[in-house]
Design a protein around this ligand. Structure first.
Ligand code: GLY
Length: 351
């Protein structure tokens, strides 16, 4: 899979002439977004695409996880067909992780695949979900159980888009960024802890630094293991096994992805002490910090329900649930974890 070209910088969304070059030989593109993101950035991107000589078929998906369904993807595919798009067309996904996941998936399957551009407008999208070509939808109430690897031709990351991010979205992005710190990069973790108040208030300097470092990790790991077959890419799922289970148990969309990942990382820290040799002192220090991240859990889910959700996790092998655990801060491994331990960690966390 060819790696995506990255177009980053203030005003990047308005420079379609650069990032859409060579994208669509028919000159036709689907521009896919949701209503909120459209209000903020849609007209500018559409103008920019038209300015680059492209004919635009606009399609809006519902906001949030609701977009990641067969029905919505079918609606989009049908609109693309009705709009005269064929194999020589392309798609531009403008929005948060739900839009890039669902629209990227539509690009992967439309007439067996057309090129696409990922233009993530959230912090989480710019440092993780908008890069690396994982696309997909939810299935039977669980996250991302159907999908395809389909690398975008280009990723467009405009820091200006982060200025209008709702507070919960910002926390969600920071949660995913903390993952990179704990899993690979102790210096990033320390930087985030030290500048947490500025990051929470959206200060552009530290925010840009965190996005840049998170995206660099993502790029590096995906280059090593593009299709998650070699073990490296799995490590990006620290906090995700229980995190995805929590998202499902809360009802998809009730929790932001990065919020759930914060809870999931707290469970994984406990399991890391028990199973991977993480020192209790390191786990306690990290857990204390994560406990202060503003990610309220409106309803405490039944830990047995979480365990049942974990059994659906994509990393499970031979009936065993596998977690990403830490040997030390910045040193991650994947290993099977007995169900009794998962239940105990979930009970302790949610008590
Ligand atoms: N967000 C995990 C991955 O892209 O592999």
């Amino acid at each position: 899979m060819t790696p995506e070209r990255l177009f980053a910088g203030p005003g990047a969304l308005g420079r379609a002439r650069e990032w859409s070059r060579g994208l669509s030989s028919s000159g036709r593109v689907a521009l896919v977004s949701d209503a909120r993101v459209w209000r903020l950035h849609g007209a500018r991107v559409e103008r920019s695409l038209r300015g680059a000589g492209l004919t635009v078929v606009r399609h809006l998906l519902p906001a949030g996880e609701a977009a990641k369904s067969w029905d919505c993807v079918e609606g989009l595919l049908t609109a693309m067909l009705a709009g005269g798009l064929r194999r020589d067309a392309a798609l531009v996904a403008l929005g948060g992780g739900s839009v890039t996941d669902a629209a990227g998936f539509a690009a992967a399957v439309f007439l067996r695949g057309i090129p696409w551009v990922s233009a993530p407008t959230t912090m989480l999208g710019q440092l993780d979900s908008g890069l690396g070509g994982k696309t997909g939808i939810n299935l039977a109430g669980s996250k991302n159980l159907a999908g395809a690897f389909h690398r975008p031709a280009a990723v467009v990351c405009d820091p200006d888009a982060l200025k209008t991010l709702p507070a919960r979205e910002r926390v969600s992005g920071l949660g995913e960024a903390l993952k990179y710190g704990l899993t690979f990069d102790p210096a990033l973790w320390r930087l985030m802890v030290a500048r947490w108040d500025e990051l929470l208030s959206g200060a552009p300097g530290p925010t840009a630094e965190v996005v840049r470092r998170g995206a660099a990790w993502k790029k590096k790991i995906v280059a090593r293991d593009p299709r998650e077959t070699k073990g490296a890419r799995e490590l990006l799922n620290f906090g995700h096994t229980l995190g995805h289970a929590l998202e499902a148990a809360a009802g998809l969309g009730a929790l932001r992805h990065g919020e759930a990942v914060v809870w999931g990382m707290r469970a994984a820290l406990r399991l890391s002490v028990k199973r991977a040799g993480l020192s209790a002192a390191s786990a306690l220090e990290a857990d204390r910090f994560l406990a202060g991240v503003p990610v309220p859990l409106p309803r405490r889910p039944d830990p047995r329900r979480l365990l049942a959700q974990c059994r659906r996790d994509k990393k499970a092998r031979a009936g065993k649930i596998r977690f990403i655990l830490l040997r030390a801060i910045g040193r991650a491994v994947t290993m099977p974890v007995p169900e009794a331990d998962i239940l105990a960690a979930a009970r302790e966390l949610l008590s």
